[in-house]
Design a protein around this ligand. Structure first.
Ligand code: AMP
Length: 512
């Protein structure tokens, strides 16, 4: 099934209902959205000469035209390549070249990053500006019928965020994205046409994925008018578009939870905040629950298995009296309906509850492979299981706790130290706002534990931090060194760039 059939069908049935909005203003009804999608597909095929299977990149900030282009690409049978709009020019060039992209649709803000590539990249033929006359002309072309797409046809090349090395293009098929959308209804929420989804995070990543089940059910896709969503704007949007859900990285949830505009506010229009993509620390989650009530759901997924590995439902969050509530809230939840999840040792043998190993996943949502990288694909999908690179363990009830990415694990004096555990411990110190723990090469111990700490400005000594650690974790795990920093380096998806912190340490001098 072609995912763009969702737009076509709501375009018929719900002609005058809002499909896309910016702030409180309707940008397109379903019939307008559908017309731009089928017309856009006509323009991409006709004027641009693109053929089913060709790659079309989308490089723009979140805006309504993003969805028009994405669904037009699918309608035309093309493979969409959503590119993170904040990447460096060289990273953008790499993705366009690697994917063999023939055309890019971009906005004014990013056009200068792309246009020079027309002279450099052999496959790149066209750059189209949207919004503006170029996209208007294309999207009012003679519509073409929906292109037949099967379950295994690629729909989206999801370039990994590249916290290690070069990004890889996880090839997500129409079947993968359909399954990811259906399992949203199974495990997170049913969605109705009266609901809405707010695109507060990048459409090239989580927000794009969580938008899909909402388009499938005819809900309204809402774009905040401002770039950085704050509490007051959220409140106004909830009043206008109730039944609202949105995806947010943990740092965004933390920022919103502390926004005074939301304290004690009427949040009845808010349905669900789905958080994930990076660890949510217990202290932050408790604060978020105090602000938002039990409207939080967690997901653990990867570009390689979009949205779905495990999840903590709203009901799990609300089950405060459960004897293991705290440990559950520190877990990434229970396996999603559409996947099998195991924890395995280095030889691929399944490990019992309580033992940590690599998390592997199997199911219809797992990517077809990495685009044009057969060796990496074979390795990552060996034995028919997606090897996530995450280290985790199940508890007796079947809840999975992630310890860390295997490469972030610190081995000191032959002992495994999971940075997450040290970070959770340090965050109990009331003046610590953020922390990242990494390993520094050490001639005696192999590696030693180093913490980068952001405080609220109150004088905090390393002795105090040491004491906080010793209250909850073994002595050998506590950091040997602390560096107080203004902020932690994070990528555009809210993931702390530990590699960058390790590089700072490796440089030998005092890290800045
Ligand atoms: P990406 O493919 O860019 O979405 O990154 C996926 C990675 O983010 C996973 O392999 C995990 O390491 C991490 N991640 C995703 N969801 C969570 C979560 N709920 N808690 C902790 N880490 C997560």
């Amino acid at each position: 099934m072609n995912l763009a059939s969702w737009v076509e069908r709501h375009g018929r049935r719900r002609r005058h209902e809002p499909a896309i909005a910016v702030g409180d203003v309707v940008h397109a009804t379903w019939s307008e959205f559908s017309a731009r999608v089928s017309g856009g597909a006509g323009g991409l095929r006709g004027a641009l000469g693109l053929e089913p299977g060709d790659r079309l990149a989308i490089l723009m900030r979140n805006r309504p035209e993003y969805l028009e282009v994405q669904f037009a690409a699918w309608h035309a049978g093309l493979v969409a390549v959503p590119v993170n709009a904040r990447l460096h020019r060289a990273e953008i060039a790499y993705i366009l070249e690697h994917s063999g992209t023939r055309a890019v649709v971009t906005d004014e803000e990013h056009a200068e990053e792309v246009r020079p590539l027309l002279d450099v990249l052999p496959t790149l033929e066209t750059v189209v500006l949207a919004p503006g006359p170029e996209w208007d002309a294309l999207s009012s072309s003679q519509p073409v019928p929906l292109t037949d797409r099967g379950r295994d046809d690629p729909a989206w090349l999801f370039y990994t965020s590249g916290t290690t090395g070069r990004p890889k293009g996880a090839t997500l098929t129409h079947g993968n994205l359909l399954m990811a959308s259906l399992s949203y209804f199974a495990d997170i929420d049913p969605v109705s046409e009266h609901d809405s989804v707010l695109h507060a995070a990048p459409l090239s990543h989580g927000s794009g994925l969580y938008g899909l089940p909402h388009v499938a059910r005819g809900a309204t896709s809402v774009f905040p008018s401002s770039g950085a969503l704050a509490g007051a704007e959220l409140l106004a949007l909830l009043g206008r578009w109730p039944g609202m859900s949105f995806f947010a990285a943990p740092i965004m949830v933390k920022r919103l939870s502390a926004d005074p505009a939301l304290a004690g506010a009427n949040l009845s229009g808010l349905k669900t905040i789905i958080y994930g993509g990076a660890p949510m620390y217990l202290a932050d989650l408790e604060e978020a629950l105090a602000t938002f009530g039990p409207r939080l759901a967690q997901i653990y997924g990867q570009g390689e298995t979009p949205m779905t590995i495990t999840g903590l439902s709203k009901a799990d969050h609300a089950d405060h009296d459960h004897p293991r509530w705290r440990s559950r809230m520190q877990s990434v939840g229970f396996p999603r309906t559409d996947v099998e999840v195991r924890v395995v040792d280095d030889d691929g043998h399944e490990l019992p509850a309580g033992q940590a190993g690599e998390v592997v996943v199997r199911g219809p949502v797992v990517m077809a492979g990495y685009w044009d990288q057969p060796v990496e694909t074979a390795d990552t999908l060996r034995g028919g299981w997606l090897h996530t690179g995450d280290v985790g363990s199940f508890d007796e009830d079947g809840f999975l706790t992630l310890h860390d990415r295997s490469k972030d694990l610190i081995i000191s004096g032959g002992m495994n130290i999971y940075p997450r555990e040290v970070e959770e411990a340090l965050l109990r110190q009331p003046h610590v706002q953020a922390v990242a723990v990494v390993g520094r090469p050490d001639p005696e111990w192999g590696e030693s534990v180093v913490a980068f700490v952001v405080t609220d400005g109150t004088e905090t000594t390393t002795e105090e931090l040491d004491r906080t650690c010793l209250d909850s974790i073994a002595r050998f795990k506590r950091p040997k060194e602390y560096f107080f920093v203004e902020s932690l380096p994070v990528n555009n998806y809210g993931k702390v760039l530990k590699r960058e912190l390790r590089d700072r340490l490796g440089a030998g001098s005092e890290p800045a």
